[in-house]
Ligand binder design. Structure first.
Ligand code: ATP
Ligand code: MG
Length: 760
């Protein structure tokens, strides 16, 4: 009877219990969001340990993220206590893959201390390989090859397995040859890239059956969460390992498959039953997470997808006061952030914890307006799965350029971008700049200017440096002459920075370009570059140590598996969500994946889901009206409340569900298609952000001019004097011009700066 059962089993329904107690043989749990799949996995591990069927080290458990692994470890710890420490094989595919590979590195031609290349190293190496083959790297960029090779690796294909003709478009059919050369090169360097981790595991298992047998012996039980998002390589890896004991339990939800662009295949779910005949398939239908409105809205939305395995979901939650899913509109993203901020503060006043609230965005650039609003309100927040907006690499790079224009003495900024994008200004050159700047106590930019007049620096770096110095002088000359947003665009274009990301073929490059656009957009709210940078300094200066209670901001992708009482879903507009890029690249399949993402978003909510769409987005200083997402039309009336709301700009009302058509919307929009920001509004925003022009701006400018004109003190040396130079050796001074010396070295006369020579 129930009384004799351990506590942890009593906390499960009968299907869940079946999934926990069917310990032997393959088990597939296929079930919708919030039905307790992850709880089943955790409990199953607890059960295996409690019944003595396995020791902690004999269980392989795969989660999708490291965060999820930590969470699971924590929950298992609650069930079994300190024994959880022994669970050495609980982690992501990658973390487990590395662990295995290090133990047998020699068998695949690596040393156990092999390095794992990051994306940058990977591309640099590919560039070398491309050049070594005599292929024009400009025409066939390394980034593109990297994407191709990654997709092969995701499919579990080593060079010898790639079907002939695959990737044929790249470098006139040489892609495969380059792939092989790249792999060889990595072996020489005792390195592998991310994609190799599992690929080398596969090779290891296939070529060394004894090793595989060892793992069959070791892993008595295998468990996999978020199974719908495994790619082919991961699937093959699981299949090889599971062939031993066949005790594998996978849980997943085809409606939550959202990583197709990374090579995940829902087909793996269908293959499971074929590859593991006799598998027990368990369906969980009761949702324990959400109210009936939330579940009803999400379930109905997802029925618009065709490629589904199909399932029913119900909840026993019967709170008569439960809120419907709320849909509201705002004027633009700033107003959206204000409205969300207000909702959060209201909930907070009613005693709701910030920890139980999350804002889930489609694209990371959307985070900016929320972060700024929360800073203004003093609301604690944390950005999950990535840095805060202004801390992102591309934003910091762009800001560095702007800071130097504003203040040429900003050495940190200069060092950050001096070789970004790559200009052939290497570490040695930067060190020289440093030494010179220190010796003369001048900013590095000025040191650069001076050194380009001499022969200290190699010819190529010198030309690049000279161009860069000249560019900064040119940009500074435009300060206050043209609009600051325009100047920022010019800087990012002329410096080659935007192009660097345009050339970049990695998956996150488009998002970075969007972030740069959002940066320019956010500058619109300020009168000047100065005002904007001051605002940024304040935003960045904020204490980054968050209190424990904080609102979470994250992308929909990183929200998988999580749950919150209240979920805010902003930006439901055509082009943003569903994302235009996905529609363009993957058509119907892409649309279905976007819809699954919407399903994931809504089903994160336990009590409240609030959806927003902005009527306008500002692009290049012009208002453009946006069309509400088609997903709004796909929500069922009976579970949705449309908030009638008159915008503070007095423009329009929102119709009922199913009435978001663009035509109606356009008619309601009083501002037609384009509309520039009214001056008063900008001024108001500047005031709100606490920025004001100060006299500091002027002095910085003067400083800039001073630096540009400065020639430095005259030299302490005299013509005919013998000097020693680190790089060129001994020589005799021929000519002195300020602090620049022309010295006759053994290798011929060179121009050098006096701070680099000593009396010889
Ligand atoms: P997702 O698909 O979003 O990953 P899931 O299927 O993994 O969801 P869980 O996160 O395991 O679902 O569970 C959802 C919520 O329901 C959790 O808060 C969990 O604690 C709770 N829950 C699961 N099963 C039960 C149960 N039998 N009784 C009470 N609560 C449960
Ligand atoms: Mg889960």
């Amino acid at each position: 009877g129930a009384r004799s059962q351990p506590d942890y089993l009593v906390r499960l329904n009968s299907e869940q219990r079946l999934a926990v107690e069917t310990t032997e043989g393959p088990v597939l749990v296929l079930a919708g969001a919030g039905t307790g799949k992850t709880r089943v996995l955790t409990t199953r591990i607890g059960h295996l340990l409690a019944t003595g069927k396995a020791r902690p080290s004999q269980i392989l458990a795969v989660t999708f993220t490291n965060k999820a692994a930590r969470e699971m470890r924590h929950r298992i710890g609650d069930l079994i206590g300190p024994a959880v420490e022994g669970m050495a094989w609980l982690g992501t595919f990658h973390s487990i893959g590395v662990r295995i590979l290090r133990r047998h590195a020699e068998m695949v031609g690596l040393k156990p201390n092999f390095t794992i290349l990051d994306a940058d190293d990977q591309v640099r190496l590919m560039k070398q390989v491309i050049q070594a083959e005599g292929i024009d790297e400009k025409r066939w960029p390394a980034k593109q090859l990297a994407g191709l090779i990654d997709s092969w690796k995701n499919r579990g294909l080593s060079p010898k397995d790639v079907p002939p003709g695959d990737g044929g478009g790249f470098a006139s059919g040489k892609a495969l040859k380059l792939y092989a050369a790249y792999q060889d090169r990595m072996k020489v360097l005792n390195a592998c890239d991310f994609g190799d981790l599992l690929l080398e595991n596969l090779r290891l298992f296939r070529e060394h059956p004894d090793v595989l047998a060892e793992y069959h012996q070791r892993f008595q039980y295998m468990l996999v969460d978020e199974y719908q998002d495994t790619n082919v390589a991961q699937y093959l890896w699981l299949r090889l390992l599971a062939q031993g004991r066949r005790n594998i339990c996978c849980v997943g939800d085809d409606d939550q498959s959202i990583y197709g662009w990374r090579g995940a295949e829902v087909d793996n779910i269908l293959r499971f039953e074929k590859d593991f005949p006799g598998a027990v398939v368990i369906r969980l239908e009761r949702n324990y997470r959400s109210t009936s409105h939330i579940l009803g809205a999400a379930s109905h939305l997802i029925t618009h997808n065709e490629g589904r395995l199909g399932k029913t979901l119900f909840t026993d939650a019967t709170d008569p006061d439960a809120a419907k899913v709320q849909v509201a509109s705002s004027w633009d993203s700033e107003e959206e952030a204000r409205a969300v901020g207000e909702e959060i503060e209201t909930l907070q006043r009613r005693g709701h914890a910030l920890n139980e609230m999350a804002i889930l965005v489609r694209a990371s650039f959307q985070m900016r307006s929320f972060e700024e609003r929360f800073i203004q309100l003093g609301l604690s927040y944390r950005v999950i799965g990535g840095p805060r907006f202004y801390e992102r690499q591309e934003i910091r790079d762009a800001l560095a350029y702007l800071r130097i224009v504003m203040q040429p003495g900003d050495d940190l900024a200069f060092e950050r971008i001096v070789n970004t994008p790559r200009r052939g200004i290497g570490e040695t050159t930067v060190r020289l700049l440093h030494d010179h700047a220190r010796a003369r106590q001048i900013p590095i930019l000025q040191a650069a200017e001076e050194l380009t007049l001499t022969s200290e620096i190699g010819a190529k770096a010198r030309t690049s440096l000279r161009d860069l110095v000249a560019a900064f002088a040119r940009w500074r000359g435009k300060l206050g002459v043209i609009k600051h947003t325009e100047l920022a665009e010019i800087i990012l274009d002329e410096s080659g920075y935007t192009e660097m990301w345009q050339q970049d073929r990695s998956a996150d490059a488009p998002g970075r370009l969007d972030n740069l656009k959002e940066l320019i957009r956010s500058m619109e709210e300020f009168e000047s570059l100065e005002g904007f940078l001051e605002h940024i300094a304040l935003v960045m200066d904020r204490d980054s140590a968050d209190s424990n209670d904080a609102v979470s901001i994250m992308t929909l992708h990183s929200a998988k598996g999580l749950e919150f009482e209240t979920v805010f879903l902003p930006g439901w507009e055509e082009g943003l969500f569903p994302s235009q890029r996905t529609l363009d690249e993957s058509g119907r399949a892409g649309l279905e994946e976007e819809r699954r993402l919407a399903y994931v978003g809504i089903t994160r909510a336990k009590q409240r889901a609030l959806i927003w769409f902005a009527s306008n987005r500002r692009i290049h200083g012009l208002w453009q009206s946006s069309v509400p997402s088609r997903f709004l039309d796909e929500l069922p009336d009976k579970h949705v409340d449309v908030v009638e709301q008159t915008s503070s700009y007095g423009g329009y009302n929102v119709g009922g569900v199913g009435n978001y058509g663009a035509s109606r919307f356009d008619r309601a929009d009083p501002f037609a298609n384009t509309y520039s920001t009214p001056g008063w509004q900008r001024a108001q925003k500047n005031r709100a952000a606490g920025t004001q022009s100060t006299s500091r701006g002027a002095s910085r400018l003067i400083e800039g001019e001073l630096i540009a004109k400065s020639t430095g003190p005259s030299s302490a040396y005299a013509c005919g004097e013998r000097v020693f130079h680190q790089k060129f050796g001994y020589g005799t001074i021929l000519e002195i011009e300020g602090n620049k010396l022309t010295v006759d070295f053994a290798t011929g006369p060179k121009k050098v700066v006096d701070s680099f020579v000593s009396r010889g």
